[in-house]
Write a protein that binds this ligand. Structure first.
Ligand code: THU
Length: 146
C-alpha cells in the first residue's frame, strides 16, 4: 500500500452537509430508466456555490451522460470555473467514485488535491483526492506554452 502523494483538501462539515443534500436532491431527479442506477453529484465552486447534477440516460444508450457532467455543466453555466469539492452519491448500499471519463472532466476544473467524497443515501464514505483517482493526469496546464 502506497501513501498518496497528494492528500485531499478538507471540506468544512457545513459544506459537506450542503453537498450531500444537493447530491441527494439531484439523484432523485436522475433519468435512469435503462440502468435503473440513479447518481447524484454536487460540486462546490470557488465562491462556495453548490451545483447539483444527475445522470441523464437515453434510449440510444451511448448518448446518455453521467451526473458529474451535469453538475459541471451547471457550474460552468453559473460563471464559475473552479471546483473546490465534489460529492458523488451512488445507488444502493455501496459508495462509488467517478468513472474514468468523469475523472478527466473534473480534472479540467479541479486541482490535484480536489476532494472527491463518496457517499450513499445513508452515509458519507471515504474522501479521495483527484490525484489519487487520476494519477499522472493530463490537464490544461500541459497546453499552456511559455
Ligand atoms: N454514472 C454516473 O452518473 N457517474 C459515474 O461516475 C458512474 C456512472 C451513471 C451512468 C449511467 O447512467 C449509470 O450511472 C450506470 O452506469
Amino acid at each position: 500500500m502506497t501513501t498518496p502523494s497528494v492528500k485531499p483538501a478538507s471540506l468544512a462539515p457545513a459544506v459537506l452537509e450542503q453537498l450531500w443534500g444537493a447530491a441527494r436532491a439531484a439523484q432523485l431527479r436522475a433519468h435512469a430508466p435503462y440502468s435503473r442506477y440513479a447518481v447524484g453529484v454536487a460540486i462546490v465552486d470557488e465562491q462556495g456555490a453548490i451545483h447539483g447534477g444527475c445522470n441523464v440516460e437515453n434510449a440510444a444508450y451511448p448518448q446518455g451522460w453521467c451526473a458529474e457532467a451535469s453538475a459541471l455543466s451547471s457550474l460552468v453555466m453559473s460563471g464559475a470555473r473552479h471546483a473546490r469539492g465534489v460529492l458523488v452519491l451512488g445507488s444502493g448500499g455501496a459508495w462509488i467514485t467517478p468513472c474514468g471519463g468523469c475523472r478527466q472532466k473534473l480534472r479540467e476544473f479541479g486541482d490535484a488535491d480536489l476532494p472527491i467524497v463518496s457517499a450513499t443515501a445513508e452515509a458519507l464514505g471515504p474522501v479521495h483526492s483527484l490525484d489519487e483517482l487520476l494519477p499522472h493526469s493530463f490537464g490544461p496546464d500541459h497546453l499552456i506554452t511559455p
